[in-house]
Design a protein around this ligand. Structure first.
Ligand code: PLP
Length: 355
């Protein structure tokens, strides 16, 4: 049976990315060695890193003065690496959900942390209203897409202080004005690559100001200076990232990704709003295009499990909601197809007819 993958991450990648990466895993550039077996310092591998960096710069139209680096440790390591490098005295955090909260917790190891806005009281069913940003912050940290609760800030904030964003779950899904950010980071396992590599876009002239001795691996300058080759980088994930960036460019770049994201989300939210069994969990103006969260209406609560089973029998994978929201979550990252979204919508319609 055909499967439709709605996993929140690691998540669906374009088939050709997987096939091209698999080919290189079997035989890297005709060398007779697997991509898993080569040295990261092999002459053929540096071009992989260079092309991946240059495609990210091109696709996001990154201005001069920024570096792109690839690290391990996931976005979770960035929760501490960002404040280690940028928190001098006081940083501001917007609490938009689980990941933002985790980032805030780690920053507290390095200095004063102010919660500038929060939607915790409403269980993160909308984006926090960011009203007054103190002007004495070293930076303001935001998480642009709340993967768990399904809210998304799909525009670039104007902040009076340096802006830093966790874009793990919406990077490459829309054009971004990178010049508004001091740093952008993303665990790449949603829109960019298989799991194992984290992408950091960092403004060079903001580095080296931290009033603390930084361990070598934690200092971004180490990785900028060594072109992500200070230590052994995640070779296979970086290769899959290169293939995904090539795919993204061939499809029309982030503008086209944005158009597709809107189209997919419109189809699915329209059905959620129409279907008597379901309702969305997020206020309309905060709805994420990447992670679409919905539950059974109260009078049909008992049908939650049967719907999951029904959807599974139609080939849907990963539509169970996160435990902190319940219900359902359909993640629609760049590789998600209209066909996949239509299959889910058809399952919702058919299930409604039966009940
Ligand atoms: N930030 C966001 C928005 C996420 O969605 C996730 C994971 O899903 C993370 C951070 C944590 O990423 P990692 O597992 O790469 O540490």
């Amino acid at each position: 049976m055909k499967k439709y993958n709605f996993n929140a991450g690691p998540s669906m990648l374009p088939r050709e990315v997987i096939e091209n990466t698999a080919k290189q895993i079997l035989d890297f550039n005709g060398s007779g060695l697997s991509l898993m077996e080569i040295s990261h310092r092999a002459p053929d591998f540096k071009p992989v890193v260079d092309e991946a960096v240059s495609l990210i710069k091109e696709l996001l139209d990154i201005p001069e003065g920024y570096s792109v680096i690839f690290l391990g440790g996931g976005a979770s390591l960035q929760f501490m690496q960002i404040p280690a490098n940028f928190l001098l005295k006081k940083a501001g955090y917007v609490n938009s959900g689980t990941w933002a909260k985790k980032a805030m917790k780690e920053a507290k190891h390095f200095g004063e942390v102010v919660e500038v806005a929060s939607s915790a009281d409403d269980n993160y069913t909308h984006l926090p209203e960011i009203k007054d940003i103190p002007s004495d912050l070293d930076y303001l940290h935001i998480c642009t897409n709340n993967t768990i609760f399904g809210t998304e800030l799909r525009k670039d904030l104007d902040a009076p202080v340096p802006l830093i964003a966790d874009m793990s779950s919406d990077i490459m899904s829309r054009p971004v004005d990178v010049s508004k950010y001091t740093a952008i980071y993303a665990g790449a396992q949603k829109n960019m690559a298989m799991a194992g590599v984290t992408v950091i876009i960092v403004k060079d002239d903001m580095l080296g100001k931290a009033p603390r001795e930084l361990p070598t691996m934690i200092d971004y300058r180490t990785h900028v200076e060594k072109g992500s080759m200070f230590n052994t980088p995640p070779v296979v994930p970086i290769y899959s990232l290169l293939e995904t960036m090539r795919w993204c460019k061939a499809q029309g770049g982030v503008k086209e990704m944005d158009r597709r994201a809107h189209e997919r989300a419109r189809i699915l939210y329209d059905e959620i709003d129409r279907n008597k069994l379901f309702r969305g969990t997020v206020e309309e103006s905060s709805r994420s295009l990447m992670n679409i969260c919905f539950v059974m209406n109260d009078e049909y609560k008992d049908l939650e499990k049967p719907f999951l089973e029904f959807a599974t029998s139609r080939g849907m994978v990963g539509v169970k909601g996160h435990r902190s929201v319940g219900g359902f979550r359909a993640s629609c990252y760049n590789a998600q197809t209209i066909e996949g979204v239509n299959a889910l919508v058809q399952a919702m319609k058919d299930f409604e007819k039966e009940h």
